[in-house]
Design a protein around this ligand. Structure first.
Ligand code: GLN
Length: 554
């Protein structure tokens, strides 16, 4: 029988519901369970693909091309499983399905209502996930209890316990226990109010996870236990952790996995925990000896969550090399005016991440130029790779008006263009190339040596591509097209072999980095940056830090 855990949040947003759910997923996986996770998002957008990353954070892409909430990135990194589009559901997607069914006549003329039609649709999504072979499904409900949009979701998960059976469902509620300096104490009132709100919708939480900046005392736990009607062992103190990767260890210390298992009628002693892999991750996190300054040059830097997976990938590779990576968020629009080229020259390594729209592109091109001509390690991701190609065309091939047709539709040198403009066969239309695609790497290339393989698979999210018409001239001038689609038509990787590290990929490698298995390309970037910072020859072939298990080919 599949067990279901529902995680709701109260008091305030941004309490770390996604990280709490992910950490619990890690603990249960470390007890040998097959775990999957999903996020129910109450907003009306059908998926986050259309949402501004500057406001909502990054769009996380799954292997099957789902454009999903960034919490799925935490799930994948913590439970070390690849999820699919089914792991993210929004109000918009629920309603569009219900309305499509109504138009088809599926409801046989009945009045279509939130209860039962919308709630049934929500429950069906959860159930479908549970029928795919996982023993435990963790469902995070986005937003905060009390939000208008959240009501159908709360109602659906309330009904779920009756459908699935009492002992197959556990409700966890995450709240804030603020410390008020003038009175010198932690306050439980917001927690009480939030639990009351949840109860008014028919849900009595089984476990209350209390976020606070300092550990809450046993006396306070007793108070919450009494007022919110949960056992003391079910009041979990979740203090601010030194790093997100410490959270599973902290929550295990508080007994979160034990109380959840007991609620689900699973005997903890039958499933002993093995946290050795995770403990080794955490010990790497805390044993960094050298600080590297890595610049991320993009247009949404005011909201670093817009590049969440990129930042985590940089950190993972840093842990692996014993290096603390200090990320310098550089607004591409301010290069080279407010952020001068000298500041770029001071960086140990650079990432130019993905993006859409023209804002900041010239700054990215200028930064790529500095990296290339000063031997500074650079990893270009998607738009980042396109920018590297444009820079090379302008400054090495001498095609001064070279550009992507995304930004200069009439350029005479469209080195980056829509696929349908390049080939007679239109196989993408105007839509995006989304999800995992295989690529073949050139034998002996920098990328092949990093991946330890010549066949790799990475996730994509873009419309424009390297224009194959220019391939030969680039290759002759020293920009190697080191990876292509299996049919050879699309350029997937470029590199300058005679450089500390100058690698671009049309894909998004950041979606596949895991703390225990850093991504080879980020490892290459950080390894080269470290060698260079230590005054060693920065050629990536000189370092031996690529982990044995670094083959990310699918
Ligand atoms: N805007 C570019 C394209 O559509 C790059 C997209 C991205 O970086 N994800 O091809």
């Amino acid at each position: 029988m599949t067990k279901y855990i529902f995680v709701t949040g109260g008091v305030s947003s941004s309490l770390g519901k996604g990280l709490t759910a992910s950490s619990l997923g890690r603990l249960l996986k470390s007890r040998g369970f097959k775990v999957t996770m999903c996020k129910l998002d109450p907003y009306i957008n059908v998926d986050p693909g259309t949402m501004n990353p500057g406001e909502h954070g990054e769009v996380f892409v799954t292997d099957d091309g789902g454009e999903t909430d960034l919490d799925l990135g935490h799930y994948e990194r913590f439970i070390d499983e690849s999820l699919n589009r089914m792991s993210n559901t929004t109000t918009g997607s629920i309603y569009s399905n219900v309305i499509a069914k109504e138009r088809r006549g599926d409801y046989l003329g009945r009045t279509v209502q939130v209860i039962p039609h919308v709630t049934d649709e929500i429950k069906e999504r959860i159930q479908r996930l549970g029928s795919q072979g996982s023993q435990i499904v963790i469902v995070e409900i986005g937003g905060t209890v009390g939000d208008i949009e959240i009501v159908p979701f709360i109602e659906a998960i309330r009904q779920y316990r009756r459908d699935a059976g009492r002992n197959n469902v556990c409700y966890i509620h995450l709240t804030l226990v603020p410390y008020l300096a003038p009175s010198g104490e932690h306050k439980t009132k917001p927690t009480q109010h939030s639990v009351t709100e949840l109860r008014s919708r028919g849900i009595q939480p089984d476990v209350i996870v209390c976020r606070s900046d300092q550990a809450i005392s046993d006396a306070l736990k007793r108070k919450i236990s009494l007022l919110c009607d949960v056992p003391i062992a079910a009041v979990i103190s979740a203090v601010d952790a030194p790093s997100i990767y410490d959270i599973p260890i902290t929550l295990h210390g508080e007994g979160l996995d034990t109380i959840v298992m007991e609620t689900l009628d699973l005997a903890p002693s039958d499933y002993p925990i093995d946290l050795s892999i995770w403990e080794s991750v955490v010990s790497h996190v805390h044993s960094t000896t050298r600080t590297l300054k890595i610049g991320v040059i993009g247009k949404y830097v005011a909201m670093p969550d817009a590049y969440l997976s990129v930042a985590e990938s940089i950190r993972h590779a840093g842990f692996d090399h014993g290096a603390k990576t200090e990320i310098s968020w550089i607004d591409a629009e301010k290069v080279p005016t407010e952020v001068g080229l000298d500041a770029i020259r001071q960086l140990d390594g650079i990432v130019i991440p993905g993006g859409f729209g023209e804002r900041g592109v010239e700054g990215m091109i200028a930064a790529a130029h500095i990296a290339r001509t000063n031997n500074i390690p650079l990893l270009g991701i998607c738009l980042g790779m396109q920018v590297m190609v444009v820079e090379y065309a302008r400054n090495v091939l001498g095609l001064t008006d070279a550009h992507s047709t995304e930004f200069a539709p009439t350029t005479s040198n469209p080195v980056i263009a829509l696929m349908e403009d390049q080939h007679e066969i239109v196989d993408m239309g105007g839509t995006m190339r989304l999800g995992a695609y295989p690529a073949m790497l050139k034998e002996g290339s920098v990328v092949a040596s990093l991946y330890g393989s010549t066949v790799v698979s990475e996730r994509h999210r873009h419309r424009y591509e390297f224009n194959a018409k220019f391939r030969e001239v680039f290759e002759k001038a020293g920009l190697s097209c080191s990876g292509s689609s299996p049919d050879g038509r699309l350029v997937e990787f470029v590199e300058v072999p005679d450089h500390s590290f100058y690698v671009g990929t049309q894909a998004h490698p950041e979606f596949k980095s895991r703390p225990q298995r850093p991504h080879p390309l980020f490892n290459g970037l950080i390894g080269s940056a470290l060698n260079r910072a230590n005054g060693r020859e920065p050629r990536i072939f000189d370092f031996d830090a690529v982990p044995e298990n670094s083959d990310q080919s699918a």
